[in-house]
Design a protein. Structure first.
Length: 674
C-alpha cells in the first residue's frame, strides 16, 4: 500500500478536536432557581466526573470522519496483479537495425542471420512481427505464423543512409502493444550505438508487459576517423577569395597523421597532411577553389581509408557564376535611394548581385526573367502592363521589394502586393518626435530590432493575411511579407533615401540589405549541403503549381509526375547529389551527407541497457509470467464514500445524544412549569 500525497496525513492531527470537545472543554453548569442557600454547607466538589469522556459513540464517529477525510486526500493505493486485458497471445517482434552504421563490415548480414536463427528457435504457431528501423520504422508485412514469409521479410532488409533512433523503435512497440492486446517479446538486432539513444531516458520507456532481448552485432570497439563537416560557399564569384575548411574527427582513435584532399568533379585540386589528436579533431583549410562555371560536384576525401570508409568523404556543391543582375526601379527625381541601396549591396552578399537602376519610365521594356529580384523604390506611376508582369514574375518564383514614400498617399493599394493603403503618418524632426521599432519577427531573415533607427514618415497599410515582420512603436507595420504564388513580395512602408528615416546611416543598414537580398535572391546559407533525413523545400507557396524536377543520386527521378507538380518538399533519403530543376529556369545542385553521429561506434553501457530493459514488465533472462501484469488500485473513492456515510451517522447520533434536556431549558420556562 502506498500514498500519492502522503503529506495530507498530517491532517490526522485534527483527531485532537473531538477529544477536546468531549473531554477538555470547560464545563458549564445549568443554573436552577432556589429559595435560599443559607442552610447549605460550603465544600469543594471534585471535577473528575465532569472530565470523563461522554458520548463515546459520537466521539468515535467524529474521529473516524476526520481520519477518513485525511486518508482520502492522501490518495492511498494498493498494487494487485491481474490478467492481461484482452488475454491476447504473446507477440514476438524481430527488430533489425538498418541505419548507416550497419554498413560497416558485415554487421547487417550478421543481424539478419541472428534474426533468422531466433525465428527458427520459436515454437510453432507463434505470431511474429518482423520490422526494420533507422530514423523511421518499417514493418515487413503483418504479424503472421508463416515462417517462409517471415524469413523473406528478414532477407529483404537493406541498409539505409539514415540515422538510428531507438526512441522511434519504442514508439512503434507501443503501437504494436495496443493493437496486439497482449504481451510483447522484442528481439533487437543492432550494433547498439550510444548515439542512437534519445536525450531523455523517458523516451526509451517500454510499454507494459514488454520483454526486450538485445542481440549486439558489434564484435569490439571500432576506432574510426571521419570527415565531420565542411564549410564552403554554395555560390562562388571570385575563386581566389574562396575558402574551404574541413574538420576531421577521430572516435576512439590514437594520434595519427591523415591526408585530406579537395576534389572537384573527380579531380584532386589540393592535398594537405593533418595531425589528428587521439580522440580529437583537427581542421584543414584550402584557400582557393578553382572551379569551372556552372554547378560543380565537390568533396573532401580522407586518406588512408579505415574500417568504415563510407564517412571518409564529405560531399558539397559549388556554383561558379557571374554576379546576377538585380533591377532597381525609382522615380526620376529620386536618385538618393539607388545610391544608398547600391552601396550597401556592393558591401554585402559577397558580390553576388549587380544592381541595374532604371526610372519608372524606362522599366516598361525590361525582361524581368533575367533578374534575381526587383526593387520598386516608392514609385507612383508604372508603364502599362508592367505591374501585371511583376505579378507574373513573382508567381513564377521571383521576389519583389516595394518601398513606399510620401507620394503613396495618392495610391489606394500597394503596387504588386495589392495591400490596402490607409494613410501616411508624419513626425517632426524637432524635439525628438519620431517612431522606433517596437517588435519584430525573429523567425524571418529580413526582420531585425534596428536599434536607434528613427522613422519620421511611414505609410500605414492594412496587412490583411500578410506576415508582419517589423512594427513601429505606434503599431504601424513597417515591414510586411506577402506570398504571391511561388514568390515573395516584401513591403517596406518607408523609403531608402535618408529622408523619411535615418536607417541608411546606421550600422544595421548593411546587414539588413545583406540578409534581405540573400533571401530575395535565393542565396540561403548551407543550402548546398544537407543531411540525410532532412527535407528539401521545393516550393514555398501553398498548393501545387509548375512542376519541379528532381534527379536523385542514382540518376533517377526522385518524384513522380504528380508529385513534381504538387509536393511542397522532398525527404532526402540517400547520400549523394540531387539536381533540382525549378520551373523558372533555375537549376540547383544539393549535396547530401549521412549524419556523422552514426560514425561514433561507442556502444551503450551495460548498466544503461539493463535500465532500458527493466522499463518493461520483464528484463532479458527473467522467467516472469507475461500473461499477468501489476496494476495500481486507488482507494480514495472508497474512503470518501465511507466518510459521507460516517458524517450522516454522526449527525443522527449527535441529534440523539446532545439534544437539550429539561434541566437545560431556560430558567424562565422551568419557573413557569413550577
Amino acid at each position: 500500500m502506498g500514498f500519492l500525497s502522503p503529506w495530507f496525513l498530517a491532517g490526522l492531527g485534527a483527531l485532537a478536536l473531538p477529544v477536546w470537545l468531549h473531554l477538555l472543554r470547560q464545563y458549564r453548569g445549568v443554573p436552577r432557581p432556589f429559595a435560599s442557600l443559607m442552610f447549605f454547607e460550603r465544600r469543594l466538589q471534585s471535577s473528575i466526573r465532569r472530565r470523563r469522556l461522554r458520548y463515546l459513540l459520537l466521539l468515535a464517529l467524529r474521529a473516524a470522519l476526520l481520519a477518513l477525510v485525511a486518508l482520502a486526500f492522501a490518495q492511498p493505493f494498493i498494487r494487485t496483479r491481474a490478467a492481461w486485458a484482452g488475454s491476447g497471445a504473446k507477440l514476438t517482434v524481430l527488430a533489425v537495425d538498418q541505419s548507416w552504421s550497419m554498413r560497416q563490415g558485415d554487421r547487417l548480414s550478421r543481424a539478419r542471420q541472428e534474426a533468422a536463427r531466433t525465428l527458427a528457435s520459436l515454437g510453432a504457431g507463434q505470431r511474429v512481427q518482423v520490422l526494420s528501423f533507422a530514423r523511421q520504422v518499417r514493418l515487413a508485412g503483418q504479424a503472421t505464423e508463416d515462417r517462409a514469409a517471415l524469413r523473406a521479410g528478414i532477407e529483404a532488409i537493406e541498409a539505409t543512409d539514415s540515422r538510428s533512433s531507438y526512441a522511434e523503435l519504442v514508439r512503434a512497440l507501443r503501437s504494436l502493444t495496443e493493437s496486439a492486446k497482449g504481451p510483447l517479446e522484442t528481439h533487437l538486432f543492432s550494433d547498439m550505438q550510444k548515439t542512437s539513444l534519445p536525450p531523455a531516458f523517458e523516451d526509451l520507456r517500454l510499454p507494459e508487459n514488454t520483454r526486450l532481448v538485445a542481440h549486439s552485432v558489434a564484435t569490439a570497439s571500432l576506432p574510426n576517423w571521419v570527415v565531420e563537416s565542411v564549410a564552403a560557399p554554395w555560390r562562388l564569384y571570385e575563386p581566389r577569395k574562396a575558402r574551404v575548411q574541413a574538420t576531421v574527427a577521430g572516435y576512439g582513435t590514437e594520434r595519427a597523421r591523415r591526408r585530406v584532399s579537395l576534389v572537384v568533379n573527380q579531380r584532386v585540386l589540393e592535398s594537405k597532411e593533418l595531425d589528428v589528436p587521439a580522440g580529437g579533431r583537427a581542421a584543414a583549410e584550402f584557400h582557393s577553389l578553382e572551379v569551372p562555371y556552372g554547378w560543380n560536384r565537390c568533396e573532401i576525401r580522407l586518406e588512408p581509408g579505415d574500417a568504415f570508409p563510407q564517412d571518409d568523404r564529405f560531399y558539397f556543391a559549388v556554383e561558379r557564376g557571374d554576379p546576377r543582375p538585380a533591377l532597381f526601379v525609382h522615380e526620376r527625381r529620386d536618385a538618393r535611394s539607388a545610391v544608398y541601396f547600391g552601396n550597401a549591396l556592393e558591401a554585402a552578399a559577397a558580390g553576388a548581385f549587380r544592381l541595374e537602376a532604371v526610372t519608372s519610365e524606362q522599366a516598361g521594356g525590361v525582361a524581368l526573367r533575367k533578374y534575381a529580384f526587383v526593387v520598386l523604390s516608392h514609385v507612383v506611376t508604372l508603364p502599362p502592363g508592367f505591374e501585371e508582369a511583376l505579378r507574373e514574375y513573382a508567381r513564377g518564383g521571383g521576389s519583389v521589394l516595394v518601398t513606399l514614400g510620401p507620394a503613396a498617399a495618392a495610391l489606394s493599394r500597394v503596387p504588386v502586393a495589392g495591400l490596402k493603403i490607409l494613410e501616411t503618418r508624419y513626425a517632426s524632426r524637432d524635439r525628438d518626435r519620431f517612431q522606433t521599432v517596437a517588435g519584430f519577427d525573429r523567425g524571418h531573415p529580413s526582420a531585425g530590432a534596428w536599434q536607434g533607427v528613427k522613422f519620421y514618415q511611414a505609410v500605414r497599410i492594412d496587412p490583411g493575411d500578410a506576415r508582419v515582420l517589423v512594427r513601429l512603436s505606434d503599431g504601424t507595420p513597417v515591414l510586411v511579407e506577402e506570398l504571391l504564388g511561388e514568390g515573395h513580395v516584401l513591403v517596406f512602408a518607408s523609403t531608402f533615401d535618408n529622408i523619411a528615416n535615418d536607417f541608411p546611416l546606421h550600422a544595421a543598414w548593411v546587414p539588413f540589405i545583406d540578409r534581405t537580398v540573400r533571401y530575395l535572391g535565393h542565396l540561403e546559407e548551407l543550402a548546398g549541403s544537407l543531411t540525410v533525413d532532412a527535407f528539401l523545400e521545393l516550393r514555398s507557396g501553398a498548393g501545387g503549381g509548375a512542376a519541379v524536377e528532381v534527379i536523385g543520386p542514382g540518376g533517377r527521378r526522385a518524384l513522380s509526375l504528380a508529385e513534381s507538380a504538387a509536393a511542397q518538399n522532398l525527404p532526402l533519403a540517400k547520400e549523394g547529389f540531387y539536381e533540382v530543376r525549378r520551373p523558372e529556369g533555375r537549376t540547383e545542385l544539393v549535396a547530401v551527407n549521412a549524419d556523422r553521429r552514426e560514425s561514433d561506434f561507442e556502444a551503450i553501457p551495460p548498466e544503461t541497457l539493463a535500465l532500458w530493459q527493466n522499463t518493461g514488465s520483464g528484463a532479458a533472462g527473467q522467467s516472469e509470467n507475461l500473461a499477468t501484469k501489476e496494476r495500481s488500485v486507488s482507494l480514495w473513492w472508497y474512503l470518501l464514500a465511507a466518510g459521507l456515510l460516517v458524517a450522516l451517522l454522526e449527525s443522527l447520533v449527535g441529534n440523539r445524544f446532545v439534544a437539550p434536556t429539561d434541566e437545560q431549558r431556560l430558567p424562565g420556562r422551568e419557573h413557569e412549569k413550577l
